[in-house]
Design a protein around this ligand. Sequence first.
Ligand code: BGC
Length: 421
Amino acid sequence: MFESKVKIAKSATLWLILLLFSSALHASESLDVLHWWTSLSERRAADFLRHKLVEENIEWRDAAIPGGAGSGAMKVLKSRVLSGKPPAVAQLIGPAVSEWAELGLILELDNAAGRWQSQMFPTIWQLVTHRQHAVAVPLGIHRINTLFYNKKIFDRLGLKPPRSFVEFKRVALQLQAAGITPLAQSSEAWQVATLFETLVLAESDVKFYRDLFVARNPQAYLDPRFAQALTRLRQLRTYTNKSSIDTPWTDISRQFASGQAAMLVMGDWIKGELMAQGQSVDVDFGCVAVPNTDNAHLYSVDTMVMFAGDYSKQQGQERFAQVVLSPAAQVGYSKLKGAVPVRRDVDVASLDSCGRNSWRAFGRGAAFQAPSLVHRMAADETFKEAIVAQIQTFYLDDKISVAETQQRLAAMVRALNRKED
Ligand code: BGC
């Protein structure tokens, strides 16, 4: 009798220990996540990740800051960090990740990063490491040089998606003759500059693009290829509805979806947004590379960093990173977001044709990859903002000449480079 009581007590203690052990392993953790995903599709993609994390006992406490391309979110993030109240997790992308890691602000994720190097595309691995430590977790890759076309309008008018700018002009004139705005385009600074950077690539190549925006060579801004990209930007403006001043990108996606405009150049997060509005790839709309950019992938990669504080949340933050990088999360998230997985070892057969093409193009390696300036892959915030503002000024004011803009930019780049020395 006594022995059996001891046995029961022993096994109860064992259960208790096991229970405590497993709950310590998977203690529920609540993490603040600061990001700029507030559109319908962005929200859905974030919610998808949120649910995946719930399965792992992690609560994603949302701190979303509206503003396309993250202009608002970056300001809030900086002020939270400066006031000593950083979120546990934040969307921070491109070279900023290394800059912030250098300041010792960011948690190293080496415990979570096990086989990441072999699982990710090399460029992605480079983006998320600093001094040989993993410091960010990547979510998905966007292709900026994507031309979307309204398939129903194109089929009705017997048009083919343009592969060159000569074809583009022909298609645009036919659309105008049919009373349809050829190109959906806002005058908002980042949206104009997003179109412009694809035109730079179209008029040159990855090497020249990098010379401008990564190497920051002032001479390159005086090059005829740069002049040609500016001229092209001005030409394309004539095919837009000029009244779309500062229209948010989500409204631009609606103009396109409703058939008011038949083409749209933007990162493929637009695809996610169109799908969230009930449109389907290859039925309602199609996508091709922007003319003359078939051989390049102008990319932006969304990444999240974890902030190091008192380390009390570290296990939760590491689990967060692991969940996000799992194949199921990568594929599921990408489908909703319009992105493609950052992993080279996942099966992408279930992605749509745009996604499969983007994933394959990115996989061709660094010689085909151009880091987006506007979407923070190529340079720091100050440099990016300065260029973006000049491009918008040029776009809005026909009185400013191409040559004048080239001179202004070359001088500005020279001055910004001097500041860095
Ligand atoms: C981000 C995307 C986002 C888009 C519009 C880009 O900079 O990489 O994830 O959907 O901005 O907000």
